[in-house]
Design a protein around this ligand. Sequence first.
Ligand code: AMP
Length: 575
Amino acid sequence: MKYEKLAQTYDELSSTTKRLEKIGILSKFLKQLKEEDRDVLYLLLGDIYPEYDERRIGISNQIAIKSIAKATGSENKDVVKKWKEIGDIGKVAEVLIAKKKQSTLHKNILTTEKVIENLRKLPDLVGKGTVNKKLSLITELLTSASPIEALYLVRTLIGDLRIGIQESTVRDSLAEAFFERNKESTEKIQHAIDKTNDVAAVFDVIKKNGKLKDLEKLQLQVGKPIKVMLADKAKTIEEAFKKVGKPAAIEYKYDGFRLLAHKTGDSVILFTRNLENVTKQFPEVIDYIKKYVKGDSFIIDSEAVGFDKKTKEYKPFQEISQRIRRKYDIEKIQNELPVEINVFDILYYNGKSLLDEPFEKRTELVSKIVKNHPYKIIRSKKIVTSDEKKAKEFYEMALKDNQEGVMFKNLKAEYQPGRRVGHMLKIKPEERDLDLVITGGEYGTGRRGGWLSSFILSCRVDSAGKTFTEIGKMGTGIKEKATEETDSGISFHELTEKLKPYFKKENGKMVEIKPKIIISVTYQEIQKSPNYNSGFALRFPRFTALRPDKPLSEVSSLKEVKKDFENQKRNWRYG
Ligand code: AMP
């Protein structure tokens, strides 16, 4: 189809902030799509592949600027100048293409197929001459683009579409376009998306058969990552029992990172909760899965926890977090920072999805197929009880064992990928912490000159993790100097380097940063404050860990912040 049609739809979508209007516009557009236009669904979400695929467009502002210059016959510095004036590279492309178009007559018609074809070549380019190849692929598109097409092309390239569309908007628009939009249809479509992580695959089925029931044919596939089921919080054991029912399963809440292991035949693949493939980083885990878990094919859900080789004591997450990203010296780090896999759920077994089976049945299977081998792979420590005293003892034991707390689980509940559900609850000791994203920074002076020494923290506004609002500034908990590789924590220099690829704008000492790097912070108190957009400020925020395992959609939300603020007031009043 013509790319112009899509660009116009983007434009209409960005002209309203009202969700229902967006659904109206999008459903009208979806209705007109033909079967062969399926990939347009990825473009609508600013992507070129399904969510489970790790290939992303990943074009820097620098390359975008160079391509605009090349396509419009301008100098790089003029494009940069315009960018400083307008502050939006997409708009710069729009303006400069409009100028050029007045003086040229010929224009090829740009199609979505051509856009996808060129964009899909980008992530595969590596090695020598990559930049030039990227430039020519992008310039080819821009030279055929109309101003509005150029605007959205460039925004797609830099991953900032700004049309306010999330997966849930696409879900509701599919329901509106092809069925009656109600609880049943949106739920069925959501389930289909959850199982496939592929909106276009869901569109295929809808377009072909047009029946909601047919969506049930879409199933989990071993080897394709799925979103994990998320937990809610409970304050007390009493509250937790009330929510999940009695008896409940209570498990250790391990302080590690989520790991899903997929196995078919001889192949084992590991994914994080972020849908990131980490198979290469954990060769020993592959071994444990092959040796100690029975079954031809399965997907198991677990937490990987670090421990000290000598004392056998469990270590906090931040001490092993570097293993998730580490791509070299794997054997060395595997020896220094070993992990134990704690299996707590199973989603698929020998050709059959278990998502709809009750938790107690799924874990019964886990106990049949996972053999306990302490410090390699074990079944999560668990009791099933209705007794609050026993629950409390178990909770205290978990804390004594250096774990974060406990998880309460409803014995009858199904597994809901990607959902924060009321039938899996965590209880942790009352300490205040949040996971926030860095959206700005300030260069230091003196000893700290040359790198950022203070960081602007933001919490999440929408559920998808596209908009954020500032909640404070942090400089504590970060070290002056980088120390040993295996040392935990981070220095100002290291954190600045990590943030650099996401710098958006520099203004004197201040830098605006694209929300990407998520960190855990503790703090003493939340105060109302006019200094930050959120209306709140953290008192004494302190860095505790990088959270490369968390997606933006799991940054603490403004709602949570407000709730914490309210709770803290209540505690003061009565405590
Ligand atoms: P939070 O990250 O604080 O929202 O807590 C939820 C996380 O706890 C899950 O995503 C898991 O990574 C982790 N976790 C640790 N132990 C368990 C367990 N026994 N069952 C489920 N999740 C667990």
